[in-house]
Structures are given as structure tokens and as C-alpha cells.
Design a protein around this ligand. Structure first.
Ligand SMILES: CC(C)(COP(=O)(O)OP(=O)(O)OC[C@H]1O[C@@H](n2cnc3c(N)ncnc32)[C@H](O)[C@@H]1OP(=O)(O)O)[C@@H](O)C(=O)NCCC(=O)NCCS
Length: 115
């Protein structure tokens, strides 16, 4: 049974501007070291970063836990490219499904929590 859903959309350009303004401090605030390391393989990493920003927001909405912070989840891709969420130091027993998509200008993501 579905007990929570979340969705989020973000302009890819907003992430680029935040990085240009705040530097790597912005990246370290939002993304885990593993996510930042993974992003290094992209010539234009902002699409990747925007997708992760959107999916983290979607997860927070779906989970309905107001105390969550950016580093509580790490978003990785499995061998097929499918995004998967790993929880860091939080106890969350429900099933979580996530999906990410990008266009030229936007990244969008959805999260679904099942009992
Ligand atoms: C998965 C696929 C359909 C993405 O479509 P797209 O229109 O090119 O790109 P989108 O921007 O909509 O989506 C990209 C996101 O899809 C997600 N994705 C990639 N592979 C995926 C998969 N196998 N299953 C679910 N989601 C996947 C990723 O989150 C990716 O973003 P990220 O790399 O930043 O994490 C495309 O990469 C593809 O055809 N892959 C090969 C076949 C495949 O694995 N199909 C899966 C279902 S049959």
C-alpha cells in the first residue's frame, strides 16, 4: 500500500548558479562525498546534480519526516542506470521507489513510499 508520494522539479541552471556563487561549499552541503565523486565523471555535472537535488526533495516529501537533511540520503545508480537511494544513519524500514528525468533546462523526480 502506498503511504507517501513526493515530486519535485528544479531548473538545472539554478544548481549551476548556486555552485558558481557559493563554490564547493554548496556541493558539500547538499551532496554526499560519494555523489560528488560520481559527478566528476561528467563534463557538465549540473544535470546530474539537479536530478539528485530534485529526488532528495521528492524523498523528503514522500517520507514525511521533517527532520531529514541532505546527507541522510545518498542517491546512486545501479548497473542498469536506475537510481537507488541509500539511507545514512537513519532508520527507515518502508520501501522507497524513486525516478528521475531531465530535459535541457529542468530536472524532475518522483518518490513513492510503500508500507
Ligand atoms: C532509462 C532511459 C529510458 C532514460 O531515458 P532518457 O529520456 O534518456 O533520460 P531521462 O532524463 O528521462 O532519465 C534519465 C534518468 O533515468 C534514470 N534511469 C537510467 N536508467 C534507468 C533504468 N534502467 N531504470 C530506471 N531509471 C533509469 C536515471 O536516474 C537517469 O538520471 P541520472 O543518470 O541523473 O540518475 C534510457 O537511459 C534508456 O533507454 N536506457 C537503456 C534501457 C533501459 O535500461 N531501460 C529501462 C527500462 S526498460
Amino acid at each position: 500500500m502506498i503511504i507517501g508520494t513526493g515530486i519535485d522539479i528544479i531548473e538545472i541552471n539554478r544548481i549551476q548558479k548556486a555552485h558558481e556563487r557559493w563554490g564547493d561549499g554548496f556541493l558539500k552541503h547538499v551532496y554526499t562525498p560519494e555523489e560528488i565523486e560520481y559527478a566528476k565523471k561528467f563534463k557538465f555535472p549540473y544535470r546530474y546534480y539537479a536530478g539528485r537535488f530534485a529526488v532528495k526533495e521528492a524523498i523528503f516529501k514522500a517520507m514525511g519526516m521533517p527532520d531529514l537533511s541532505w546527507h541522510d540520503v545518498t542517491i546512486l545508480n545501479d548497473k542498469s542506470g536506475k537510481p537507488v537511494c541509500r539511507f545514512n544513519k537513519i532508520n527507515f524500514k518502508n520501501r522507497l521507489s524513486i525516478s528521475i528525468s531531465h530535459s535541457q533546462d529542468y530536472a524532475v523526480a518522483q518518490a513513492i513510499v510503500e508500507e
